[in-house]
Design a protein around this ligand. Structure first.
Ligand SMILES: [Zn+2]
Length: 356
């Protein structure tokens, strides 16, 4: 299971729960920013609701995979000790990549001290060829380790590895690198680039995160779900609360109907592939990606049939509205309603009168 809350216009946030083993979305929770103190609290509130929903549905949650979010981590540790809480490797790798890229970014910002800039850039230049390897290392650490100490040692072995030392004397679990002899541009121990990298890779918060990396590796599915959500409910348009809910439910149905699609085959029965050039590698790396079977849309018929049934049952708009009010969750207060706290809003005439 994984929880994540992409923002919709900042006013509404949606969190989804993915059952990682079956690759199906179990639910969506939509949160209005007025329901929490600040938008930062939406993530935790969304998680609480998702867990509550699962509990009400008699689903026992044993392991939870989320991205790193301070409030969520604290809540899980204090209030939910029975659930194993781990971090999604995809999010961590992405954050680490941004962090490492920033080594160069921060050095290249600021036009005033041009000379200093060049010196700084040069200083850390040796890190650049290592970035892709470091990111790959994160994935390898989590997929090859059985427990937290092993993950930490494997991660820290990088600091030896990048200076061409592959025997890790002080380690207990991971004493020798497993790779063949390599020919690379090793960093110099004690060099500015090495120190910068060491400082970056050993940050306590990062080490804690590495130790908590998830054993599940299919969580990129949730990223695919977010992309799908954006097709059903683009972030460029503001959708009212219940409208957004309906759109995300359609997205769930589409996702769940199609999440088990197999690889497509040619007429001759051969597997179909497409070659892609990921942006992260700036076109320098090609990867073969499976082409899946065509998507199906059976859920549309189910939705249409249900709509016709409701249409026949509630023949006037008034009756339909009454029924909708009865079955739909109540829309949380708007910003203005929350501010007014039940008091009457100033009339339009009086607002206009102040202007003229
Ligand atoms: Zn090595």
């Amino acid at each position: 299971m994984q929880v994540d809350s992409p923002g919709h216009c900042g006013l509404l946030g949606a969190g989804s729960t993915l059952d990682v083993n079956r690759n199906v979305i179990l639910q969506n929770q939509i949160i209005k920013s007025t329901e929490v103190k600040n938008s930062n609290g939406m993530e935790l509130e969304s998680l609480k609701r998702q867990l509550a929903y699962l509990e009400e549905s008699n689903v026992e949650v044993k392991t939870l995979v989320t991205d790193r979010h301070t409030q969520v981590s604290a809540y899980m540790a204090q209030e939910r000790p029975n659930i194993k809480h781990t971090y999604d490797v995809w999010h961590l790798a992405k954050a680490a990549l941004q962090n490492l890229s920033n080594c160069f970014m921060s050095a290249s910002i600021g036009e005033k001290k041009r000379l200093l800039k060049i010196a700084k850039t040069k200083k850390f230049q040796a890190i650049k060829p290592w970035i892709v390897s470091i990111i790959n290392h994160i994935y390898w650490v989590t997929s090859s380790s059985k427990h937290e100490d092993e993950k930490e040692e494997k991660w820290l072995s990088l600091l030896n590895h990048i200076v061409n030392v592959h025997v890790h004397k002080d380690f207990e679990l991971f004493r020798v690198c497993t790779h063949e002899v390599l020919d690379r541009e090793w960093l110099k121990p004690g060099s500015a680039a090495y120190k910068k990298l060491e400082e970056n890779l050993t940050r306590p918060r990062l080490i804690t995160a590495i130790r908590k990396l998830s054993d599940y590796h299919q969580t990129s599915s949730l990223e695919a779900k977010h992309a799908l959500d954006n097709q059903f409910a683009t972030k460029k348009i503001y959708y009212p609360y219940h409208s957004l809910m309906a759109r995300l439910f359609c997205s769930n149905m589409h996702f769940n109907e199609n999440s088990q699609r197999k690889q497509a085959k040619t007429k001759e029965g051969e597997d179909r592939w497409v070659v892609i050039y990921p942006k992260a590698h700036k076109g320098g790396k090609s990867i073969a990606r499976k082409i899946k079977e065509e998507a199906t849309y059976k859920y549309i018929e189910a939705v249409q049939l249900e709509s016709l049934k409701l249409r026949a049952k509630y023949r006037t708009l008034k009756r339909a509205q009454k029924h909708a009010n009865h079955v739909l969750p109540k829309e949380p207060m708007s910003l203005v309603e929350k501010y007014l706290g039940g008091n009457q809003a100033e009339s339009k005439a009086s607002v206009v009168a102040r202007r003229v």
